[in-house]
Design a protein around this ligand. Structure first.
Ligand SMILES: C[S@@+](CC[C@H](N)C(=O)[O-])C[C@H]1O[C@@H](n2cnc3c(N)ncnc32)[C@H](O)[C@@H]1O
Length: 431
């Protein structure tokens, strides 16, 4: 890096630090936890998702939250994996003060915080099994440098959960950010600019490509830091699927999985042509995901897991009845609308609860299959135990065993592909 680049980079980092000193993000009181658990910090889910159950939330791991902000997710990590040591680092003392206050309130002895740049993470003298970095790398002057620093402290069999902004879904945000830059008035203070940005967002015409429900938290009345984070940020860039793969390649890392894979599935947006379905099926996942992002049109963030090349992904085969030997973990809930049941087949249409309303990528199932999904647990449970649960048995019509097995296999395949369930080997079912 040239001296000028280094100076520019230090200047940007300082602007970002100042922003988060003044407006810690998210703007939560130490007494508050984030509304709903942040999925990447739910260790009983992340362990099957990353390691297929080879590691569990009961193991003693080293976990890092890099750019931990006001500390909700790091507290969740420490609560949910009590034998692990959790470390949060951030540039902003004001954010760390809230994080530390929450830690004290919750009496979490396995959690510590340090004011440290991501780039200096090596100073901790530790390696980590699991690293979370959500909403941080895209605010760095050189995000690849940040990811390389994290990789340098990642155990070869560990994983990093990353959230980066999505370029296409944030087109309107960048338009408003640019408008705010052009409207910046040096005679006015930050409150004036916050009000202006809020009004611009709220007054946007219906066709404007920034969807307010996606930014519900930032737009909450009184959440000044949310508006600054969204529309007045000192440093902010966004990624396409291709950019993410290029970034991982440049940092000698591999893509492991999306947190919500069905968002990248192009099929629901491309009609029902069987030939097209075949050609999508024949494509590499990366290629299909690129198309999925383009035809979805509004992905405003990407949350995914990346690993080092040495990492061995769990490969679990469900075919030919092998699912009978596996454990299954519920990943997200589906809600079922009985009024939308198909009058001919009786099939129900379910939507995953974790997605925003415009991501209505649905799953159509028989009522007993809906009961099967409802009966899944967030901890690994034997597949056969779920199938034998009273609610599933009550709902299941009589049918030959081979037919039931084929339908369960198909259902598990669909759930796993869409991210609704995770499978673990039998020996990893605990308790
Ligand atoms: C948008 S907030 C995200 C906070 C939290 N991770 C979350 O998901 O809610 C970004 C955080 O990254 C921190 N940050 C930005 N650049 C950093 C760097 N180079 N090193 C450490 N923290 C950094 C900021 O101080 C801020 O707290």
């Amino acid at each position: 890096m040239s001296a000028i680049d280094a100076e520019h980079s230090a200047h940007i980092t300082e602007l970002v630090r100042e922003q988060y000193e003044r407006f810690p993000y998210p703007d939560l009181d130490p007494g508050e936890m984030p509304k709903g658990w942040v999925t990447t910090s739910i260790m009983p889910l992340m362990c099957p998702l990353v390691w297929g159950g080879r590691r569990t939330a009961d193991d003693a791991m080293h976990i890092l939250d890099a750019g931990c902000g006001t500390g909700g997710p790091s507290a969740q990590l420490a609560l949910m994996s009590p034998r692990s040591k959790v470390v949060g680092i951030d540039l902003s003392q004001a954010s760390l003060a809230r994080s530390r206050a929450r830690k004290e309130r919750l009496g979490l002895d396995n959690l510590e915080y340090h004011r440290l740049s991501l780039l200096d993470v090596g100073e901790l003298g530790m390696t980590f099994d699991y690293i979370v970095t959500t909403g941080v790398l895209h605010h760095m002057p050189d995000p690849d440098e940040g990811l390389r620093a994290l990789r340098s402290v990642l155990d070869p069999h560990g994983a990093i959960a990353i959230m980066l902004y999505g370029q296409y879904g944030r087109v309107g945000v960048y338009m408003l950010q640019r408008a705010m830059q052009l409207l910046a008035n040096p005679d006015e203070d930050i409150d004036y600019h916050i009000d202006l940005a809020r009004q611009a967002m709220l007054s946007a015409p219906p066709w404007f490509p920034a969807h307010i429900p996606s930014y519900g938290f930032e737009m909450q009345p009184g959440n000044k830091g949310g508006i600054v984070d969204l529309l007045l940020h000192a440093q902010d860039r966004a990624y396409t699927v291709d950019d993410i793969h290029a970034m991982l390649h440049a940092c000698d890392m591999r893509f492991h999985r999306w947190m919500v894979p069905h968002l990248y599935d192009p099929k629901p947006h491309l009609g029902r042509d069987p030939e097209l379905a075949n050609s999508l099926h024949a494509m590499s996942n990366e290629h299909a995901d690129q198309i999925g992002e383009l035809v979805h049109g509004a992905l405003h963030k990407h949350t995914f897991v990346a690993v080092r090349p040495e990492f061995e992904p769990p490969r679990i085969d469900i075919r030919d009845g092998r699912w009978k030997k596996l454990g299954i973990v519920k990943y997200f809930e589906y809600t079922w609308d009985p009024s939308e049941a198909d009058p001919e087949t009786g099939r129900l249409t379910g939507s995953p609860d974790t997605t925003e309303h415009r991501d209505r990528l649905t799953l159509s199932v028989h009522p007993w299959q809906a009961e099967f999904i409802k009966a899944l647990s967030h901890v690994p449970t034997h597949t056969m135990d779920v199938l034998r649960s009273p609610s599933v048995r009550r709902a299941m019509p009589s049918m030959p065993g081979y037919q039931r097995d084929a339908m369960v296999e198909e259902l598990i395949g669909a759930l796993v592909q869409r991210g609704g369930a995770i499978l673990v080997e039998e020996e990893h079912i605990r308790g």
